[in-house]
Each structure stands twice: as structure tokens, then as C-alpha cells.
Design a protein around this ligand. Structure first.
Ligand code: LIP
Length: 296
């Protein structure tokens, strides 16, 4: 049967606003946190409640589509198949949420044939909405939850500013994250990568303009799609961190490379098999492949 991506998009946008109200209603002084892998890997009751809300809403409307969510994912069991699948992070940026740093979002992705086909990323703290539909472009909107004529911003097509050439790595602003894994080879890869990016060229580095670490994978990808940063690299994302943003980024002419060194590009990933390393590059008339090569 034909899948109506516009309808899925509209449904996800209204769920995102509802989830956003739930996140904003949570009293940060009363947040109870739990730990997953370690003390830097936080989950709150709000993450779980928002995921229940989203899964109930989408499964009521689309009972035949699959649902994968961060809080109900089972390592080694949950797979992304070619079936139409909602891929959801109820709060991306949980650490920010817990600390009251206003940079967290709800990330609602929808994949068909493992290809990110709809993306809705909503930051309720700033009331900024990012959306994308495969083949139909991606957009950013401020004051998104307000009514038209009551202060709602226009839908701005992404990327926000034209795309000047990317140049080389040394002229880029790069978003990175430490993530929650703080030991073993994964930690070493991150530390080495950050050092290499920031060290002067005499010290064997690329000396990029700077690094930014804002605490939400999905918002980092959206910032890349918007052209506010040139690149975003992370050595430990899951499907729900990237699914929605991936669609928004590709529709903005950007590129997502997964694997290190890049083992595949574009479509078709498996959270159980991937190295979970992702490099997002903003849209540009040229130079994306060169930047990817230079990065690795
Ligand atoms: C987290 C991101 C964070 C990233 C982690 C993780 P959570 O998601 O927001 O920026 O570094 O890898 O994905 O746990 O807040 O949903």
C-alpha cells in the first residue's frame, strides 16, 4: 500500500507538540533519574512517559507500522527492518533536560526500507521545529507551536543560508559529543579524534575553527542541516539519535556517513550491526567527499 508521508509528517508534528508540553510540564527539581550503562547515561521518568505517549499515539493511528524507541529497545533483539518503522527518541539531550540546559528535543523518525523518510525534531524549550519529508525538502520554524498570525514563524527552507564551498577541514566548525561511554576503545577514539581536530597542524592536527558540544545528537544534525555548523561527528549514536535528523539533513543537501572508516553512505543502517559512528556534513555545492576523506 502507498505510504502517505505527508500524513505521517503531520501526525508526528502534532505528537511532537504534545510531547513538548509534557516535557515542559515536568518539574525539573523533582526529576527522578535512573542510570543505564553508568552515571553519565541518564534516564528519567519523563523519557519513559513521553515514549509511552508517542508509541500509543502512533500505534493507534498506524497499527501495522513498527515502533522502535530508545527506552524500549532491547540490545541484540531490536532491529530496524525494511518495514515502515517509527524510530523515536522521546528526549534527546536527557542530560541537558536534567540540568535545565535548554537544548533538548523530541526526535521522531520514520523509515521505509531502512531509509529515513520523515523526520520531526522539536525543541520545546526554544519552540523550534525541524522537519523533513523525503523528496520534499526540510524546514526550520521558530515559535512553531503558536498559531499562524499569533507569532508563529515562517517555515524556513534548509539550509538557512546559501551553501558556500566547504573549503577544507581547517575552516570548519564541528559539533561533537562525548556521549555516555567513558571507557575502553570507544573513549580512546573520541579523545584522539577531538585532539586531532583541535591540535595545530604542526602538532599533526587539523586545527578546525572550533568544536561545539551541545548535548543532543538530533539537534546537532539539524544544526548541520541548517548550515550553522559544518560537520557533526559522534562515535556512539543509536538509530533513534540519527533517524529523524538524517532525513532532515539529506533533504537539506547534506550527507550522513556511517562507519569509521566510512563503510556505507546514505541509506540502510542497522543499529545492531553498525559501528555507531556517524559523520554528518552540511549541504554544499561541492567538497563534501573531500571533507569526509580529510576527516578520516
Ligand atoms: C544522547 C545525546 C547525546 C549523545 C549521546 C546520546 P539521550 O541521547 O543527546 O548528545 O552524545 O550519544 O545519544 O540519551 O539524551 O537520548
Amino acid at each position: 500500500a502507498d505510504i502517505n508521508l505527508q500524513e505521517v509528517h503531520d501526525t508526528l508534528v502534532s505528537i511532537a507538540f504534545e510531547a513538548g508540553r509534557m516535557i515542559m510540564a515536568a518539574n525539573t527539581s523533582e526529576i527522578t533519574t535512573g542510570e543505564k550503562m553508568n552515571s553519565a547515561d541518564i534516564v528519567t521518568e519523563t523519557d519513559q512517559a513521553v515514549e509511552r505517549l508517542v508509541s500509543t499515539r502512533v500505534q493507534t493511528k498506524y497499527p501495522s507500522y513498527l515502533f522502535v524507541g530508545e527506552e524500549t529497545y532491547v540490545a541484540g533483539t531490536t532491529r530496524i527492518t525494511s518495514a515502515p518503522t517509527f524510530i523515536v527518541d522521546p528526549i534527546d539531550g536527557t542530560t541537558n533536560f536534567v540540568h535545565g540546559f535548554p537544548h533538548a528535543c523530541i526526535s521522531l523518525g520514520f523509515a521505509v526500507d531502512r531509509s529515513p523518510s520523515v523526520g520531526v525534531v522539536y525543541n520545546p524549550f526554544l519552540d523550534v521545529l525541524y522537519t523533513g519529508i523525503r523528496g520534499r525538502g526540510s524546514y526550520m520554524q521558530r515559535n512553531a507551536s503558536l498559531e499562524q498570525g499569533q507569532g508563529q514563524g515562517p517555515k524556513q527552507k534548509l539550509p538557512l543560508t546559501g551553501s558556500p564551498p566547504l573549503g577544507n577541514l581547517s575552516t570548519t566548525l564541528v559539533a561533537v559529543e562525548w556521549g555516555s561511554q567513558r571507557d575502553g576503545e570507544n573513549f580512546e577514539v573520541k579523545a584522539r579524534t577531538f585532539r586531532k581536530l583541535t591540535a595545530s597542524q604542526e602538532n599533526g592536527g587539523s586545527m578546525v575553527h572550533s568544536l561545539r558540544s551541545l548535548g543532543s545528537a538530533a539537534l546537532n544534525i539539524c544544526a548541520t542541516a541548517a548550515g550553522q555548523v559544518d560537520l557533526y561527528w559522534e562515535g556512539g549514536c543509536y538509530a533513534w539519535d540519527v533517524a529523524a535528523g538524517w532525513c532532515i539533513l539529506s533533504e537539506a543537501g547534506g550527507k550522513m556517513v556511517s562507519g569509521s572508516p566510512p563503510d556505507r553512505e546514505g541509506e540502510g543502517w542497522d543499529p545492531a550491526l553498525d559501528s555507531r559512528v556517524y559523520l554528518a556534513v552540511r549541504g554544499a555545492s561541492s567538497g563534501q567527499d573531500e571533507i569526509v576523506r580529510e576527516f578520516w
